[in-house]
Design a protein around this ligand. Structure first.
Ligand code: F6R
Length: 246
């Protein structure tokens, strides 16, 4: 497990963006699964501003809320489009249609999209971190071998999402790429910034690997980078070692 800690703000965003730009330079047809939420947005903006050639990449939306009205501005799709896809102009962008009449067929189609990549796996999963340790919408207790699924959201996730759904109730369910495919990606990045994430970052990186804290399961992955700012890292041994006596 690697950690990359950068001063919060533009330095953090530019570090993540530079790494993303480098991955795409090395592998123009990169197949990525991308989180939304607030954490990655500055990094996506910096990557788009870098003017990198994302034109051959393929992007899969990590998760989507259910019960969305048409053109919902808080949908994960809308957020990823405006923060990254519209500027990056990938070759392929796969959203998740939670309003599909046949949701099982939609879930299977997402799995098929993943399976169609080289080796049947994603090249890179760019993930945020829920305060309860969720990855995507894989809440505590989600199966480690689970694929794309309709899931009920945890109370803390619904409460956290409420800030995006001004004046209306936040959705209580969604569809997410499952832990099996996130953990099978050739590379996994977990992005977390701010003191509010420090406790769960410490539990996920230094506690036991358990489905009670889905993000802790990335400890089992051979190629993981945690992109943190000092506040998010402050309760970890990484930070204690960096700032403590020699
Ligand atoms: C969103 C997603 C979620 C968020 C997580 C952190 O697509 O997958 O797991 O990454 O809830 O959200 P923020 O970044 O808003 O703190």
């Amino acid at each position: 497990m690697e950690r990359s800690i950068h001063p919060s703000g533009s330095a953090w965003a530019e570090a993540v963006a530079a790494a993303l730009v480098q991955r795409v330079a090395d592998h123009p047809a990169l197949r990525m699964c991308l989180a939304t939420g607030s954490t990655p947005r500055p990094a996506y903006a910096a990557a788009v501003a870098a003017g990198a050639g994302f034109g051959a990449t393929s992007i899969l939306l990590l998760d989507e809320f259910g019960d969305l009205p048409p053109d919902e501005p808080a949908s994960c799709d809308r957020v990823l489009r405006t923060s990254f896809v519209d500027g990056a102009r990938p070759a392929d962008y796969r959203t998740i249609d939670t309003g599909a009449a046949d949701l099982d067929a939609e879930r299977a189609a997402i799995d098929a999209w993943i399976d169609a990549g080289p080796g049947g796996a994603l090249d890179l999963a760019v993930l945020g971190l829920g305060v309860n340790g969720h990855l995507g919408m894989n809440e505590p207790g989600s199966p480690v071998d689970g694929r794309t699924a309709r899931v009920d959201l945890a109370a803390s996730t619904i409460a956290g999402a409420q800030r995006y759904f001004e004046g209306r109730a936040a959705p209580t369910w969604g569809v997410t790429v499952g832990l099996a495919d996130l953990l099978a990606a050739r590379e996994v990045w977990v992005l977390a910034t701010g003191r509010g994430k420090s406790e769960i970052v410490a539990r996920a990186t230094e506690g036991p690997a358990t489905t009670d804290v889905p993000a802790s399961l990335v400890q089992l992955h051979p190629n993981v980078t945690w992109w943190l700012d000092p506040a998010a890292a402050e309760r970890t041994g990484w930070c204690r070692r960096a700032s403590g006596p020699a």
